[in-house]
Design a protein around this ligand. Structure first.
Ligand SMILES: Nc1ncnc2c1ncn2[C@@H]1O[C@H](COP(=O)(O)OP(=O)(O)OP(=O)(O)O)[C@@H](O)[C@H]1O
Length: 248
C-alpha cells in the first residue's frame, strides 16, 4: 500500500491565490490515524483557505488534498468519512437544532435516531427545540459539531472549534476529540489558542504567510523550545525561512 492510500489526510503542495496574491503556498502535511493535528497560525495565515481546499469547497491552483487516497469530491459517502465544522454562524437561524440535524441526517442518509444520539453527545438535548437564532455562539458550535458527527466519520476537520465555547464546553470538546482519536479517528483542528492545542494535539502544523513553517510532533516542538509552545510558535511564525521538519 502506498502512503497516499493509507494516510487519512494528505495535503500535498497546495497553493491558492486570490486576485493575483498568493495566500497559500506549497502547503504539505498529513494527519495520521489516531492523531490530532493542530493547524496553528496568525490571522490571515491561510488556515481556513487550506481547510476549504481540503474539503473541496474551493479549488486549489496547484497541489492536491487526499482523504484516504482520494480527493474529497470523489468520496462516495463523504459524511461517513469526514465531519467538518467550518462556520457555526452558517446555521439557518430560523430552524431548531433538532430540525437542522434531521435535515442533515436525511441529506446524508443517516438514521433519524442518530439525531438524538448526537444531541446527547454534544449536550444539547434539552435545548434542541429552541431556534438557532436564540443560541449562544457556543451552543451553535455544539450543533455544528453534532452535525459533523452524524455520519460517525473517521476524520474530523474543525476550524476554530473552541470559538465561543465556555470552559466546560472546551473541556468536553477536548475529551471528545481525544476519545475520537484514541478510537483510531483523525482530527485536524485550527486554533489560535495555544494552551488548548498543547493539551490536545499530537502534531502541529504552524503556518504563516500561507507557508508551512513547521510540521512536527508536539513533543518535538516542546523539546525544541524548553517546553514553551508559545515560544516555539512565535519563533516559527516570525522566521522568514522555512524550517519544516518532516511531517509524520
Ligand atoms: N475569497 C477570498 N477572496 C480574497 N481573499 C481571500 C479569500 N479568502 C481568503 N482570502 C485571503 O486569504 C488570506 C488567508 O485567509 P484565511 O481565512 O485562510 O486565513 P486564516 O489563517 O484562516 O485566518 P484567521 O485565523 O483570521 O481565520 C487572507 O489574507 C484572506 O483575506
Amino acid at each position: 500500500m502506498t502512503k497516499q492510500e493509507i494516510e487519512p489526510l494528505l495535503v500535498e503542495h497546495l497553493s491558492k491565490s486570490f486576485r493575483g496574491v498568493r495566500r497559500v503556498e506549497d502547503v504539505s502535511f498529513s494527519v495520521g490515524a489516531g492523531r490530532i493535528t493542530g493547524l496553528l497560525g496568525p490571522n490571515g495565515a491561510g488556515k481556513t483557505t487550506t481547510i476549504r481546499m481540503l474539503l473541496g469547497l474551493i479549488a486549489a491552483d496547484t497541489g492536491e488534498a487526499l482523504v484516504f487516497g482520494k480527493p474529497f469530491r470523489n468520496l462516495s459517502d463523504p459524511t461517513r468519512v469526514v465531519g467538518a465544522v467550518l462556520d457555526a454562524g452558517g446555521l439557518h437561524p430560523g430552524r431548531t437544532a433538532r430540525q437542522h440535524l434531521r435535515i442533515a441526517a436525511a441529506q446524508g442518509s443517516h438514521a433519524a435516531a442518530r439525531v438524538e444520539e448526537v444531541l446527547t453527545i454534544v449536550g444539547m438535548s434539552a435545548d434542541a427545540d429552541r431556534r438557532i437564532r436564540d443560541y449562544s455562539l457556543g451552543m451553535r458550535q455544539r450543533v455544528a459539531i453534532a452535525a459533523a458527527i452524524l455520519g460517525d466519520p473517521k476524520i474530523l476537520v474543525l476550524d476554530e472549534p473552541a470559538n465561543g465555547l465556555d470552559p466546560a464546553g472546551i473541556y468536553w470538546l477536548k475529551q471528545y476529540l481525544r476519545s475520537f482519536a484514541d478510537h483510531g479517528g483523525s482530527v485536524l483542528l485550527s486554533s489560535h489558542i495555544l494552551a488548548d492545542v498543547e493539551q490536545i494535539a499530537d502534531d502541529i502544523v504552524a503556518v504563516a504567510d500561507g507557508q508551512v513553517r513547521s510540521a512536527t510532533t508536539l513533543a518535538e516542538a516542546l523539546a525544541a523550545s524548553e517546553g514553551d509552545l508559545e515560544d516555539f510558535y512565535l519563533s516559527m511564525i516570525s522566521s522568514s525561512e522555512r524550517t519544516t521538519h518532516a511531517a509524520r
